[in-house]
Design a protein around this ligand. Structure first.
Ligand code: SAM
Length: 297
C-alpha cells in the first residue's frame, strides 16, 4: 500500500524492548515509548507481522533498546519467519552477539547491523557508559562466522569519532563487513555540539570509489564500492530526499504503529485491538495513512 505521499511501505522496524545494557550518550531511544507498561509477546508480534504482509511489507528489522536482552528473541524470530519476507535483520550493540549468534541464525535471522563508533577501547567506554569494544568485536566476528551476513557496522559520526573512519574502514575490510556511516541526529542542545555534517566524508569516499549504487527501496541511499569494501551513508537530518524515498514504518515494543522515527504524536495503538480480537488491518491502514515526510520541500 502507498501512503498519501505515494510512498510504498516495504520495511517494518520492530522495537522489541525499551531496555538497553549500554548508555550511549547520544541515544535517540527509538525503542522507548512511555505510554503503557505492556509489551508484545512473540505470538502477538508474529500476528501483527503477518497482517502487515498484505500491505507490502517485505523486510523486517528488529531493534530496541537492545533486542538481545529479550530472552525470547529466538521465539520472536520463529514467529515472524515467513516465505513472503525477503529479509529479517537485527540492529544490536553486539555485546551479547558472540553468545547468541548461532541461536539467532538457527531461529531464522538473516543478517545483523552492529553499532560500533570507534575501535578505541577507552573512547568506546566513554561513549557507551561501560561497554567493552573487544567483546563487541568478538560478537561481530562470530556473527560473520555463523553467516549473519552481509554484516553492517553502524558508525555514528560525531566530533569525537570523526577520526575513527580510517580504522573502521580497515576493520571492515579485515573482517568482511559493510561500513554504514551515519550522521548524528542532534536532538538537543548538548548533542548539537557533537554534530558533524557527513557530506564531505561522502564526497571523499565517492572520489575513492570504483562503483556507486543507489538503493531504490531505502531512502535512495547511495552505496560506494572501494575494492572489496562497501560503504553506505545514512543522512536523515533535513534531508527531503531521504524522507521522500522512505519506505519504512515502525512498531514500538508496546504495540503502537509509529509512522515516523521523529514523531511521537501520530502513533496508532494496534495491540489493544489485537487483544480484543478485532481485525487489525484497519489499524495498519490508519498507520500507513498517517505517514508523512518529516522533512519536505
Ligand atoms: N541497541 C541497538 C544498537 O545499539 O544498535 C539498537 C538500538 S540503537 C538506538 C539503533 C541505532 O540508532 C544505532 O546504530 C545508533 O547508533 C543509532 N542512533 C542512536 N541515537 C542516534 C542519534 N541521536 N542520531 C543518529 N543515530 C542514532
Amino acid at each position: 500500500m502507498r501512503d498519501p505521499f505515494k510512498r510504498e511501505v516495504r520495511s517494518l522496524r520492530i522495537s522489541v524492548t525499551p531496555h538497553c545494557n549500554l548508555r550511549c550518550f547520544y541515544c535517540h531511544r527509538e525503542g522507548y515509548n512511555n505510554s503503557k507498561d505492556r509489551s508484545m509477546t512473540p505470538e502477538e508480534i508474529g500476528e501483527i507481522v503477518r497482517a502487515f504482509l498484505d500491505f507490502g511489507i517485505r523486510k523486517i528489522k528488529i531493534s530496541g533498546g537492545e533486542p538481545l536482552l529479550r530472552e525470547d528473541l529466538p521465539e520472536i524470530l520463529e514467529n515472524i519467519s515467513n516465505p513472503r519476507i525477503e529479509e529479517i535483520s537485527l540492529t544490536t550493540n553486539g555485546t551479547l552477539l558472540e553468545r547468541y549468534a548461532q541461536v539467532l541464525k538457527d531461529a531464522g535471522l538473516h543478517r545483523v547491523n552492529v553499532s560500533l563508533d570507534t575501535l578505541d577501547p577507552e573512547k568506546y567506554r566513554q561513549i557507551t557508559g561501560y561497554g567493552d569494544v573487544n567483546v563487541v568485536k568478538a560478537g561481530i566476528e562470530r556473527a560473520i562466522e555463523v553467516g549473519l551476513t552481509p554484516l553492517k557496522i553502524n558508525y555514528l559520526v560525531m566530533k569525537n569519532t570523526l577520526e575513527d573512519l580510517e580504522d573502521l574502514m580497515d576493520y571492515c575490510r579485515e573482517v568482511g563487513a559493510i561500513l554504514q556511516v551515519i550522521e548524528l541526529m542532534p536532538l538537543d542542545k548538548t548533542l548539537r555540539r557533537y554534530y558533524v555534517d557527513i557530506t564531505p566524508i561522502e564526497k571523499r569516499i565517492e572520489e575513492m570509489a570504483d562503483k556507486v549504487v543507489k538503493r531504490r527501496w531505502m531512502h535512495n541511499r547511495r552505496k560506494y564500492y572501494i575494492g572489496d569494501l562497501e560503504v553506505e551513508f545514512v543522512k536523515p537530518m533535513d534531508n527531503t530526499e531521504f524522507c521522500r524515498h522512505c519506505t519504512r514504518i515502525r512498531l514500538t515494543y508496546d504495540g503502537y504503529i509509529k509512522p515516523c522515527l521523529l514523531r511521537e504524536d501520530n502513533l496508532v495503538d494496534i495491540l489493544t485491538p489485537l487483544r480484543r480480537g478485532e481485525d487489525i488491518k484497519e489499524y495498519i491502514r490508519e498507520g500507513i495513512l498517517r505517514r508523512e515526510p518529516y522533512f519536505k520541500l
